[in-house]
Design a protein around this ligand. Structure first.
Ligand code: MN3
Length: 200
């Protein structure tokens, strides 16, 4: 069965008041994400090794295999964007109690958590992602990956939040100011309820 573009859990206008305009979201979801899905389906159609595998299985199977790099890039980006849409909310920015306590325990403070995420996001050279990961040691950490990679592929742990730092994610709203996009994302867009629900 072919992979499909998931519907957004809000309208494309819902995040505009939070610093992500309708045009950004329409292009990002309807064009960029759709293109990854279309490309991935094309690869699956032509490669029997990929058929019958879940998206997660394709990501881990293709990771690190040079001949499957285009498969990995598109499968990774499909997986990343499914999470990214769920990671934002028109009611974003509020950190619920259980997650807040865990952030303070593992980062020292909420401010230190946000600083760690900003550092990961702004030091990712070129395209990529910054992540809040629940590590295999049970501790929260801020990490980054280039291009279409993610914590599922690297085995760093469970991704709770992923910030897309490809320019297509912020250029219409913030131009070249990636740090401002990341600050706004953490303060006004991030769905911390989702992150808390997946702490496990
Ligand atoms: Mn993107």
């Amino acid at each position: 069965m072919a992979f499909e573009l998931p519907a957004l859990p809000y309208t494309t206008a819902d995040l505009a008041a939070h610093g992500m305009c309708q045009e950004t979201l329409e292009l990002h979801h309807g064009k960029h994400h759709q293109a990854y899905v279309t490309a991935l389906n094309g690869f699956v159609e032509k490669n029997a090794d990929l058929q019958g595998k879940t998206l997660e299985e394709i990501v881990t199977f293709s990771h690190g295999k040079a001949d499957l790099a285009p498969v990995f890039n598109n499968a990774g980006q499909h997986w990343n964007h499914i999470l990214f849409w769920e990671n934002m909310s028109p009611k974003g920015g509020h950190i619920p109690g259980k997650l807040e306590a865990k952030l303070i325990q593992d980062f020292g403070s909420v401010a230190a958590f946000k600083e760690a995420m900003k550092t990961a996001a702004t030091t990712q050279f070129g395209s990529g992602w910054a992540w809040l990961v629940l590590g295999t040691d049970g501790k929260l950490k801020a990490t980054k990956t280039p291009n279409g990679s993610n914590p599922l592929a690297t085995g760093e742990g469970r991704a709770l939040l992923g910030i897309d730092v490809w320019e297509h994610s912020y250029y219409l709203d913030f131009r070249n100011r990636r740090p401002d996009y990341v600050t706004n994302w953490l303060d006004k867009l991030a769905n911390y309820e989702f992150a808390e629900a997946h702490l496990g």
